[in-house]
Design a protein. Structure first.
Length: 272
C-alpha cells in the first residue's frame, strides 16, 4: 500500500438476509430510486398544477422501469461485452449476472416515455422533465452501490484519498464511483430542484436538456479518473467507451436547450 491510501470499508454486498433470502445493495438502490422518483415526480406535478393522476404516475413509473432495465441491459451486452454480444434473450434480461449501461438505460427510458406519453396524452417533453428531475436519485444510489460492490473503480493514484479496492490490486485508486455520485447525483439533483421550484415552471424540455448536458459533461470528466472496463480498455483514440457514448448525450442536451429557448412551450398534463 503506497502512502495516502485509505482502507476499503468492509461492507457486505448483501444488505439484508431474511428467511434464506438475500437483498443486495443493488436491489435496494433500484427500489429506493424508483420509490423516491415517484414521490418527487408527484410533488412536482402538484407544484406545477398538472393534470396527471397517481394512476398515471404508476403507469409512467412502470414504463420507466421497463425502459431502464431492458435498455440498460441491452446497452451493456451490446457495448460493454467485449464483442461477445448476447447469445439469446436471457442474456439481455439477466440483470442478476451484473452489468447495466446508463446510456442504454437512457435510450430505453426515452423510448418508453414516447410510448406512455402517447397512450396517456401527456406531452413527451413534460414527461422528460419529470424524469430528468428523478434521474439523479437513481444515479446517486447506483454509484454508491458500485462502490459497495467493489466495481467500476478508478485509475491508480497517489492522492491522499485513494482507496485500495479488494479486486483492484495493491495500489490505491481513485474512488471514481463517489466522484460520479457527487457530480451525477448531488450536483445535477440540486440544479433540477432549483429549476423545478422557480416561481414559474421552466419551459417544456428545459430540465431534460440540462440533465443531458450536465451528465454528458460530468461523465466525460469522471472517465478521466475511472479505469476503463477491462474487456474493452482504451479506444484507439485514447478515449474510453463512456466518453465516446457521452458525446452525443452532451450534444443532444445542448441542442435541446437551444430548441427550447427558440420554441418555449408551457408544461402540460393530460390533453384529452
Amino acid at each position: 500500500m503506497s502512502f495516502g491510501a485509505l482502507a476499503y470499508p468492509d461492507i457486505d454486498p448483501v444488505a439484508l438476509r431474511f428467511a434464506g433470502l438475500q437483498v443486495r445493495w443493488y436491489g435496494l438502490a433500484y427500489v429506493s430510486a424508483f420509490a423516491g422518483s415517484f414521490l418527487l415526480a408527484r410533488w412536482i406535478i402538484r407544484r406545477w398544477k398538472l393534470d396527471i393522476s397517481d394512476d398515471d404516475m404508476l403507469s409512467i413509473i412502470l414504463a420507466a422501469v421497463i425502459g431502464v432495465v431492458v435498455g440498460g441491459r441491452l446497452g451493456y451486452v451490446l457495448l460493454y461485452s467485449g464483442g461477445a454480444g448476447p447469445r439469446n434473450l436471457v442474456d439481455v434480461i439477466a440483470i442478476w449476472s451484473g452489468g447495466m449501461s446508463f446510456h442504454g438505460g437512457l435510450a430505453g427510458v426515452l423510448i418508453a416515455g414516447l410510448v406512455v406519453a402517447r397512450r396517456l396524452h401527456i406531452p413527451w417533453l413534460t414527461l422528460g422533465d419529470l424524469g430528468a428531475a428523478c434521474a439523479p436519485i437513481g444515479l446517486f444510489f447506483g454509484r454508491l452501490a458500485n462502490f459497495i460492490n467493489d466495481e467500476l473503480w478508478g485509475r491508480v493514484t497517489r492522492v491522499p484519498w485513494g482507496v485500495v479496492f479488494p479486486s483492484g490490486g495493491p495500489m490505491p485508486r481513485h474512488p471514481s464511483q463517489l466522484y460520479e455520485a457527487v457530480l451525477e447525483g448531488v450536483v445535477i439533483f440540486a440544479v433540477m430542484i432549483w429549476l423545478a421550484t422557480r416561481s414559474n415552471p421552466p419551459a417544456r424540455g428545459t430540465m431534460l436538456g440540462w440533465l443531458l448536458t450536465m451528465y454528458g459533461a460530468f461523465r466525460m470528466l469522471a472517465e478521466l479518473f475511472r479505469q476503463p472496463d477491462v474487456q474493452i480498455g482504451f479506444l484507439p483514440s485514447g478515449a474510453t467507451m463512456g466518453q465516446l457514448l457521452s458525446v452525443p448525450v452532451l450534444i443532444g442536451g445542448i441542442a435541446l436547450l437551444i430548441w427550447v429557448r427558440r420554441h418555449p412551450l408551457t408544461q402540460e398534463g393530460r390533453t384529452d
